[in-house]
Design a protein around this ligand. Structure first.
Ligand code: TUI
Length: 314
């Protein structure tokens, strides 16, 4: 399955693994890269030296291309940006902000830069700054999100820029991948489905919550504070939304989410933790290896695209 993205990133399949904070460490990312996708280490709110160690481990475990995601609200983002150049990381993705100030240096260091965007305006600005591609992430995604759905965002971004577009948000199988191609994407980024893979080291309780989730089980916290985050519904999200609607202060609300992702990923605390996951969690029914997930997704997408005319036969 050759596309502009497989050629740009020198990977076998046009599947990028979302660089999920706390979730996507070198274990998951190396399994994805070794299976022919692009594994991405999620640096989230971690310190720069943690990122350097992760990258070194990654290099020991794979000779394939890989990436690191920089979460731009991290107070250590500047230091991390430097570590990625020093370690000659092949690909950088960014999230939750505007990476313009790093782009020139990253490009000089020969890094492929792929910002995650939730609007055409940021996509166009990133193209002007020299981005190699963009991930257009719809509001169906888990974690920190924008407002526009994948179905509306991807074709608009594809028309707005000349660099290749990667679709994200609501994609967990070959049907989603085929749909993304129809909308103009040249690859997909998946997060939620990779959380439940065998190589992903999150607590089993977190995986089980995703596997048991139904279509309507995700909720968005923080809409009022301007930092909307999609999580699986639990005691924390219920309380958060109740307090948010009652006009609680930001400080009060922040107390509820403080360290929430760590609680979910490390402790398996499904009551108070932030179980970040996308709306597509309801489709995720079982765990498998990263290789199986990637190959099944690609096979299903290819079969659908070959059989497209059948849609009109009924
Ligand atoms: O970044 C993500 N998803 C994330 S980051 C994250 S870590 C976190 N932990 C606790 C609380 C909050 C975050 C969990 N999930 N996705 C990429 C993404 N970027 N989605 C939306 C955006 C985005 C939104 C607004 C990017 C830029 C932007 O505006 C930039 C600007 O300045 O115009």
């Amino acid at each position: 399955m050759k596309t502009e993205i497989t050629q740009l990133l020198k990977i076998k399949y046009p599947i990028i693994q979302g660089g999920m904070a706390w979730v996507a460490d070198y274990h998951l990312a190396s399994a994805v890269s070794n299976a022919g996708g692009l594994g991405v280490i999620g640096s989230g709110g971690a310190p720069a030296e943690w990122v350097r160690k992760q990258v070194k481990k990654m290099k020991e475990l794979t000779e394939k291309p890989f990436g690191v995601n920089v979460m731009l609200m991290n107070p250590q983002a500047d230091e991390i940006a430097r570590v990625l150049m020093e370690e000659k990381v092949p690909v950088v993705t960014t999230g939750a902000g505007n990476p313009a100030k790093y782009m020139e240096e990253w490009k000089k260091a020969d890094i492929k830069v792929i910002p995650v965007v939730a609007s055409c305006a940021l996509a166009k600005m990133m193209e002007r700054c020299g981005a190699d591609a963009v991930v257009a992430e719809g509001t169906e995604a888990g974690g920190h999100i924008g407002e526009i759905t994948t179905m509306s965002l991807v074709p608009q971004v594809a028309d707005a820029v000349n660099i290749p577009v990667i679709a994200a948000g609501g994609i967990a199988d070959g049907r989603g991948m085929a749909a993304a191609f129809m909308l103009g994407a040249k690859a997909v980024q998946m997060g939620t489905h990779f959380v439940v893979t065998e190589e992903c080291n999150v607590h089993d309780n977190y995986k089980e919550k995703i596997i048991k989730a139904k279509d309507i089980d995700s909720k968005v916290t923080g809409r009022k504070s301007g930092h909307p985050v999609r999580v699986l519904r639990n005691q924390m999200s219920n309380e958060y939304i109740k307090k948010e609607n009652a006009g609680a202060t930001l400080e009060e609300l922040e107390l509820l989410t403080l360290g929430g992702l760590r609680k979910a990923v490390v402790e398996g605390n499904t009551k108070d933790g932030s179980l970040m996951a996308g709306q597509i969690a309801g489709l995720v029914k079982e765990s498998c290896s990263c290789r199986e997930l990637i190959q099944n997704t690609v096979r299903e997408a290819e079969e659908i695209m070959k059989g497209q005319l059948k849609i009109f036969e009924a």
